[in-house]
Design a protein around this ligand. Structure first.
Ligand SMILES: [Mg+2]
Length: 220
């Protein structure tokens, strides 16, 4: 578990899904619930539904479309927002995420949420968990028109919130997004060891990972 040089950090940029929120909701929705509903809707087997959906998911991974509920509603001719509501009880904070957010506020850090989630998905989550009060801003990359994987996202973010990359910490469960932040010059980067509470701990390659938010705030 890394010890952060908190005195060199003014701004904390935080991803939402898999970082502050349990990724189990999203994984369950896309990999279990949606294929089931898609199979019912088309009167096909679950295996066939998965065979149709998985290549589509792969094709759009890492693009704004992947995160866009309108895109998937059109593409699959299914009401994605309504289907997400059917499993909304699974939306939950990760352990000690709230204690972490409280500690950041008490330490006077500037805290900004940056998510690739569509505004619709963001508002569904904010209905279930009280996240908004902890943040100066809640930014969806759809507002800028570029996902976090794209350098143009970071340029737009800098213009919007005027932060110093060299004095910022960014936590995200996506390694490709962390690499994009590193390219832009964000100095302090952390991955997440176990984004999905029902999944396995992950190897995070060149990045140190948050195992436990309590440990992270010990020296804050
Ligand atoms: Mg994430």
């Amino acid at each position: 578990m890394p010890v952060l040089p908190w005195h060199q950090i003014d701004t904390v940029l935080l991803d939402m899904d898999g970082t502050l929120l349990d990724l189990h909701f999203d994984n369950h929705f896309w990999l279990t619930h949606l294929p089931r509903r898609y199979a019912e809707h088309h009167g096909i087997s679950l295996a066939l539904a998965e065979a149709e959906l998985l290549p589509l998911f792969r094709q759009h991974a890492g693009t704004l479309n992947w995160y866009c509920t309108d895109f998937w509603s059109r593409e699959l001719k299914l009401p994605i927002r309504a289907l997400k509501r059917e499993v909304a009880h699974l939306i939950a904070l990760r352990p000690d995420a709230e204690a972490f957010l409280r500690a950041l506020r008490e330490a006077g850090k500037r805290v900004v949420l940056i998510t690739n989630a569509h505004r619709d998905s963001l508002s569904l989550k904010l209905e279930r968990v009280e996240l908004a009060p902890w943040f100066e801003r809640l930014i969806s990359s759809h507002d800028y028109g570029f996902p976090k994987e794209d350098q143009q996202f970071w340029q737009a973010l800098q213009q919007d919130i005027d932060f110093a990359p060299a004095r910022s910490l960014f936590i995200d469960d996506s390694l490709s997004i962390l690499r994009s932040a590193r390219t832009f010059g964000v100095a302090h980067l952390l991955a997440v060891r176990q984004p999905d509470s029902q999944g396995e701990p992950r190897h995070t390659e060149e990045f140190a990972a948050v195992e436990d938010y309590r440990a992270l705030i010990d020296n804050l």
